[in-house]
Write a protein that binds this ligand. Structure first.
Ligand SMILES: [Zn+2]
Ligand SMILES: [Zn+2]
Length: 269
């Protein structure tokens, strides 16, 4: 199986970093500048990447998360930039109908932005897979209307409950960021969604993010998912980090150094 990083967008977090990560100190900033400079903006702010992951295995293609979405969408409006996932998929030689499965780590605007094309699912032949706890969390919300209703009405929503095998990938619940947040375990990497949103949370898992629905549960999930990646000997690739993290006895470190500001090139993990 190949895992390809598709960098939908990059943007500076639109709020002060100390508001987003209460407890943020100069020590966190210094570590991040050293270990993950690709997540540090010129003014010291928080530079986020928005990564989807394309899993290909023979004739099967699976997409993990669908980025911030097009200009005019809620994700693009929030972040002041637009995604480019359709171009990246085309460059990777994949047409939308070849995607058999879309896994949503969770249903936030920066992870489900390209779910829909107009009023129909963008990936016509795909099952869109979410955890039951996530559907319960978003049902009735604006996010459900924007990102799931058309999928649900087309009969393309697949709701799973707990650990689920999906070909060569495995879905593992990692709640806390949202109640039904899940990660995707593959032989190449653990695709971590928002189990951690800032690289310093790998070094300090107790550093909570203000938009985590259950901070204590999120801290526990962070520790568990990092331990899992370390035990399997594969990198942890969350959605917003410039590069995957290697987790070993010396602690977390970036697998790759930043090549400069901006979107990263399509590359395999
Ligand atoms: Zn996110
Ligand atoms: Zn990137």
């Amino acid at each position: 199986m190949d895992v390809t990083v598709l960098c939908d967008a990059v943007a500076v977090f639109p709020e002060p970093i100390a508001d987003a990560l209460p407890g943020w100190t100069g020590e966190h900033a210094a570590w991040t500048s050293r270990e993950m400079p690709g997540n540090v903006a010129a003014d010291g702010g928080w530079w986020l990447h928005f990564h989807s992951y394309l899993l290909t295995d023979g004739s099967d293609a699976l997409l993990v998360d669908t980025g911030i979405g097009p200009a005019g969408g809620a994700g693009a409006e929030w972040l002041g930039t637009e995604g480019r996932l359709p171009e990246l998929l085309a460059a990777a030689g994949v047409v939308p109908d070849e995607i058999g499965t879309v896994v949503l780590t969770h249903v936030h605007l920066d992870h489900a932005g390209w779910n829909i094309d107009g009023s129909v699912p963008r990936f016509h032949k795909a099952s869109y897979v979410i955890q039951a706890d996530e559907l319960a969390h978003v049902r009735g919300s604006a996010s459900y209307e924007r990102y799931l209703r058309a999928v649900d009405e087309a009969g393309q929503l697949r709701v799973v409950d707990g650990e689920t095998a999906l070909g060569a990938a495995r879905l593992v619940p990692a709640p806390g960021h949202t109640p039904g947040h899940q990660v995707v375990v593959t032989e190449k990497a653990v695709l971590g969604g928002d189990v951690l949103v800032h690289p310093a949370q790998a070094r300090w898992p107790e550093l909570t993010y203000v938009y985590e629905t259950e901070p204590d549960v999120a801290v526990r999930s962070r520790r568990e998912v990092m331990a899992m990646a370390g035990a399997y000997g594969v990198p942890l690739a969350p959605a917003h980090l410039h590069a995957p993290l290697r987790i070993d006895v010396t602690g977390p470190a970036a697998v790759r150094r930043a090549t400069g500001p901006g979107r990263c090139p399509a590359q395999r993990i």
